[in-house]
Design a protein around this ligand. Structure first.
Ligand code: SAM
Length: 307
């Protein structure tokens, strides 16, 4: 791939080792972090490579023409290359065209939008957690802050049902499309466009239980006047509801996208809820894909009920 670059000032990206790359592909996955450099993240989305720069960032026209090329002899070549700067509303196609595509993760298919003003539609750093869920084959999943329902798909693949809750109608519609893309029956899956804070007490009142729950809230979200969502403020009441909804032998994943939340602090809070409700459980750190450096991961804990 020859790009219209001139000078070579920036440090070249570090690419995922070839062995790891092949290992990821062997799981039926073609969406993952491909390489990184200071202030730069390079993602593979199927046949597309997307470089996302944070400020201060190099101007793509100032880079060496081979800057975004994988190392010589690498087993893959991009058909499209997109350059984006975080927070900006436009992007540059350095090679190829088109901003929507379909990718595979763990043999499941996902619609992806790489426009700069859109969420891509998949968080590849959660792949190993989805793999764990897929392997456990829970009968039912409560997917809180479901976004495009990726965790729901992992449960559907094992024959389970899912209840996917998110305030974004657009994200849920993309989720429904993902279910159709994989030919999963709509009737086994529920999609609630609702605030998780309202849905949880209702589910508790109804006495529903789930064999798996994913609690993956944002740090902050606008929620209309006086109703903003702040994870720190809401976490304990959400954990309390989740432990009432988690069936015996069930599994709960709590994932926090906040740099200030340390695993130790999250574990302490989870243990105090378990103690209060006299639930026996085993805790494990959430799973990290081999290509994602520790510091780029959310803080996450799996809770496996043992009673
Ligand atoms: C980080 S994403 C979740 C990612 C998702 N778990 C996945 O694996 O794809 C956060 C989601 O929370 C949703 N959201 C924000 N506030 C919410 C609320 N109060 N109730 C329900 N959903 C909310 C957003 O619309 C967004 O889709």
């Amino acid at each position: 791939m020859a790009l219209p670059f001139r000078k070579p000032p920036a440090a070249p990206p570090t690419w995922v080792a070839e062995k790891i790359w092949r290992g990821i592909e062997s799981t039926g996955t073609d969406a993952f972090l491909a390489a990184w450099a200071p202030h730069l993240r390079i993602e593979r989305w199927g046949s597309t490579l997307r470089a996302i720069a944070t400020r201060p960032n190099p101007n793509p026209m100032d880079l060496d023409e081979h800057f975004l090329n994988p190392p010589p002899g690498f087993p893959w070549k991009a058909e499209e290359v997109i350059w984006q700067v975080e927070g900006e509303k436009s992007s540059t196609h350095l090679f190829g065209q088109g901003s929507t595509t379909e990718v595979r993760e763990l043999h499941l298919r996902y619609g992806i939008d790489l426009s700069p003003d859109s969420a891509s539609g998949l968080f590849p750093d959660q792949r190993e957690n989805r793999a764990l869920l897929l392997a456990r084959r829970p009968g039912s999943l409560l997917n809180l802050f479901a976004h495009t329902c990726a965790f729901g798909l992992a449960v559907a693949a094992g024959g389970g049902t899912s209840l996917n809750i998110d305030t974004s109608a657009r994200a849920l519609e993309r989720g429904r499309e993902n279910f159709r893309r994989n030919r999963f029956q709509d009737r086994d899956h529920r999609f609630w466009k609702e605030d998780v804070r309202k849905a949880l007490p209702r589910l508790v009142r109804r006495g529903e239980t789930f064999s798996a729950i994913v609690l993956d809230p944002p740090t902050f979200a606008h929620g209309g006047r006086g109703n903003a969502f702040r994870m720190e403020k809401e976490l304990d009441s959400m954990l309390s509801a989740c432990f009432q909804l988690l069936a015996p032998r069930g599994a709960l994943l709590v994932s926090i996208n906040e740099s200030n939340t340390r695993a130790g602090e999250l574990e302490r809070r989870i243990r105090s809820h378990l103690q209060e409700r006299e639930i026996q459980a085993r805790l494990e750190p959430s799973r990290r894909p081999p290509e994602v450096p520790e510091i780029r991961m959310p803080t996450g804990i799996w809770v496996f009920r043992e009673d």
